[in-house]
Design a protein around this ligand. Structure first.
Ligand code: HGA
Length: 609
């Protein structure tokens, strides 16, 4: 998604801003821009494509100055063109960058045009900068003028604005999109993600919803949503968790796949005793778990697939109903909330716009409490939820989620066991057995990763395919969905996933020698049924790619490519079987030569609706 970087310093800020944009590249974007103020005025460069294109413009024509704002854009309103790239201007002195969406931009655009404003872009953003310009006509105080302009806006945004006058400062505001202030010595910064500022500071103020802040070289003043000045705490970033280096790996995605045994171990740490899950890991209010009689899981994308796996675990172990819904649907309908329902959200970043909106809506409903399973401790989702379980995956840079997914599954398994145990649905012996299984998980993930070179060879057979079908049964169905999503995201191959039992209700019509069928075969009660489904595919000349453990008695033969997955306790199968699917998509994308870490049109941390 879009990224914001801003700086006010005693030195030239050009390099700081460009480095900040490079650090945000992993989120996905389509164009970028920088505006820098100095005594001769405000000057800007904007470019379509990679930040390198912007850097080339700086090479050809350097800009320097001690105040500036910068942006990576992921277009929501208007094509990814240079004219639509931020910063946007009103007059020669006022520049603005924006993340988010202004929902009433049409009306505002009409009103502003009637007042004589000329629009140079198709973006919703441009209305904001003209509104600030208009507000400055009756309100000479820049901060107050920005506050006045914001009153007309409906939607979600984070903005940074500069005015080239003698009162040098940056004005920033947050309403629905994340924004963090970086505190330096005689210099201050702002960004949409603290990673963008780690080259200049490790001290951060996380702005809250409705905050407006003024940054000068000497200080930061924050006004809350009621316009009252607030002292927001400064948090110090722990550099040991800076994962912005690819190390020996060719792509972040591969690095993150290989990190899974380590981060899953981190996710388990402190959450288990010898025989049970330690409910204290959910925070001070964990006694709520005893009362849970229903669970509503709400998430988006990969996190939604993790939630779908958890439904099998929760209903099976805790014997209570569990529903799973995508946040963009949940937030726009009337929801019936049965008594004592836990509202559970999943998000890697904790800033996913739809998930956050769903949480805020749920807080107005009659839920027992809210639980966020999230990777970013300082995120809005964590701050606004009653209970929290952090996934501890470390920064995930690849746009296609890998380690965030398997740590979410791990956290969900911990949660399912905790609810079942608190409700008296799990015997002590069964709980101890599950805890033992969980402890063995990192080693099995490691064993699954060891199949990397075999899967690399399998991937070569996919490079010229245009479609693929993923099949799974039970909790392997959401894993099939996730496998199909990974393949779509990074290799642009059209992929669909079906519960294997649905095959003859439609998708079998697609099966021919050009349609690879990928299936994860667990060694459980469904094995024989799944084997019959595979026969149905083989009989129609379909090419099968089977991921299974040795005990399934499956093997490679004409039309069937068998890849071994370690044999594990049934409860762990969805997590361990995820690894070969991640590796498969990764290697297919590498063979196809796509941009693995920043696939086209996609963005990390979807902070717009
Ligand atoms: N609506 C603005 C900003 C888009 C955005 O925040 N994307 O993540 C635009 O289209 O320029």
């Amino acid at each position: 998604m879009c990224g914001i970087v801003g700086a006010i310093a005693q030195r030239n800020v050009a390099k700081i801003l460009l480095e900040g944009l490079s650090r945000l590249e992993y989120r996905g974007y389509d164009s970028s821009g920088v505006a820098i103020n100095n005594e001769t005025g405000v000057r800007a460069h904007r470019a379509v494509g990679k930040v390198q294109a912007l850097k080339d413009k700086f090479e050809a024509e350097p800009l320097d100055g001690k105040i500036g704002i910068a942006h990576t854009r992921w277009a929501t309103h208007g094509k990814p063109t240079e004219a639509n790239a931020h910063p946007h201007f009103s007059g020669p002195d006022l520049a603005l960058v924006h993340n988010g969406i202004i929902e009433n931009h049409d009306v505002l655009r009409r009103e502003l045009k009637a007042k004589g404003y000329e629009f140079k872009s198709e973006t919703d953003t441009e209305v904001i900068v003209h509104l600030v310009h208009e507000a400055l006509k009756s309100e000479p105080n820049f901060v107050q003028a920005v506050k006045n302009a914001l009153e007309s806006l409906h939607g979600a945004f984070a903005i940074a604005v500069t005015l080239n006058d003698e009162n040098e400062r940056l004005v920033v505001a947050r309403q629905g999109s994340p924004l963090v202030v970086g505190v330096g010595i005689e210099e201050n910064f702002v960004a949409s993600d603290q990673l963008a500022l780690l080259h200049v500071t490790d001290q951060f103020i996380f702005l809250e919803e409705g905050d407006v802040a003024e940054l000068t070289r000497d200080g930061v003043t924050v006004w809350d949503k009621d316009d009252i000045i607030q002292e927001r705490p400064i948090s110090v970033f722990n550099h040991n968790v800076d994962a912005t280096d690819k190390g020996e790996f060719r792509h972040y995605m591969l690095k993150e796949i290989y990190e899974q045994p380590t981060v899953v171990a981190a996710c388990l740490e402190g959450r288990l005793s010898h025989e049970r899950v330690l409910t204290s890991c959910f925070g001070a209010n964990s006694e709520f778990l005893k009362q849970v009689e229903n669970v509503h899981i709400v998430a988006c994308g990969t996190s939604y697939h993790a939630g779908m796996v958890a439904k099998y675990w929760i209903e099976d172990m805790a014997n209570i109903p569990c529903t799973v819904e995508v946040a963009s649907e949940y937030r726009y309908r009337k929801v019936a909330v049965p008594k004592n329902t836990l509202f559970l959200t999943l998000s890697q970043s904790g800033e996913t716009a739809d998930t956050l909106a769903a949480l805020r809506m749920a807080k107005e409903l009659n839920y027992l409490t809210t639980l966020a399973i999230c990777n970013v401790p300082s995120s809005t989702l964590v701050r606004e939820s009653g209970l929290t379980l952090l996934t501890k995956a470390g920064a995930e840079i690849g746009v296609a989620s890998t380690k965030a997914f398997t740590t979410q599954l791990t956290a969900l398994l911990i949660t399912s066991i905790a609810i079942a145990a608190e409700k008296g649905e799990l015997s002590d012996a069964k709980q101890a057995e599950l805890v033992q299984a969980l402890r063995s998980l990192p080693a099995y993930l490691d064993a699954a990763i060891k199949q990397d070179s075999t899967i690399q060879v399998v991937a070569e057979q996919f490079a010229n395919k245009h479609h693929a079908l993923f099949l799974g049964r039970g909790p392997m169905f959401p894993i099939a969905l996730e496998g199909a999503l990974k393949l779509k995201e990074i290799s642009y191959i059209h992929a669909e996933a079906y519960p294997a039992g649905e095959l003859k209700h439609g998708p079998l019509a697609l099966v021919d020698e050009d349609m690879p069928i990928i299936t994860m075969v667990p060694h459980n009660v469904m094995l024989d049924k799944l084997k019959s489904n595979l026969q149905e595919v083989a009989a129609r000349g379909g090419e099968l790619f089977v991921f299974a453990d040795k005990d399934t008695d499956l093997h490679s033969e004409e039309g069937v490519t068998f890849t071994e997955v370690p044999k594990v306790d049934a409860i762990l199968e969805p997590i361990v079987h995820t690894i070969p699917l991640q590796l498969l998509s990764y290697h297919v994308a590498v063979v196809k030569g796509t941009d693995v870490d920043q696939p086209r049109n996609l963005a990390k941390s979807v902070t717009v609706e």
